[in-house]
Design a protein around this ligand. Sequence first.
Ligand code: BTN
Length: 251
Amino acid sequence: ADSVNKNIKGEPASVIPVIDSTNQYLIQRISELKSGDVCIAEYQSAGRGRRGRQWISPFGRNLYLSMYWRLDQGPAAAIGLSLVVGVIMAEVLQKLGADGVKVKWPNDLYLNDKKLSGILVELTGKTGDVAHIVTGIGINIAMSKNQTEAINQQWINLEQVGIKIDRNELACEITNALREAFVQFEKQGLSMFIERWKRLDNFMDRRVKLIIGEKEIFGIAKGINDQGALLLEQDGKIIPYIGGEISLRIA
Ligand code: BTN
């Protein structure tokens, strides 16, 4: 815990070796939290992924980190916030030597076209217009194949591609950068992040398929707009897509 916290600016993170879920830990304590409070674990027994999936979280070899934020703009701004998280994480990873880390709309990180990291944004305890947001990130650093047999999608970790990043340093840098970026997002929305997103977009100008319920939509990915919608070029027109039920694939 000390070596994680020595470089974190502001409030130290709660570092808890074994936990059910860092997101759950913060959600249970919403009323005591301040924006920017962070929880980090070495192992999660009930790590959560999006769409009710499990996030397999082997001991000591990956990063599991959650941050609380009180968002006065309300729940509608949460999609924007989650895009900011992706941009910040990709930038931090690149800065620490993981060239080639990219973002996938709305909130995964990719490396070599495989999933490196997932982001789970949970909204809770809405009072009036204020949204209480817990952002959880899991980054694959060095988990081994036999720890992760149950994962049914293509994943990658940093170690596999020879990238060595100190986990504690990564946790500090992400904490500091996220706190700064969320303050900026509260003042100015997504505007500051759109061009940065485009530079990091794994699918920019590539042909993709959107799956929306039973429907499949094809087009060329063109980044995001200031609402955080995915932009798709179809028959020469740019159409925005937004919503929780859309999944993006390469076509
Ligand atoms: C996804 O499905 O891609 C999102 C995965 C998010 C996993 C992280 S690990 C830290 C935090 N605590 C959780 O229980 N989940 C998130």
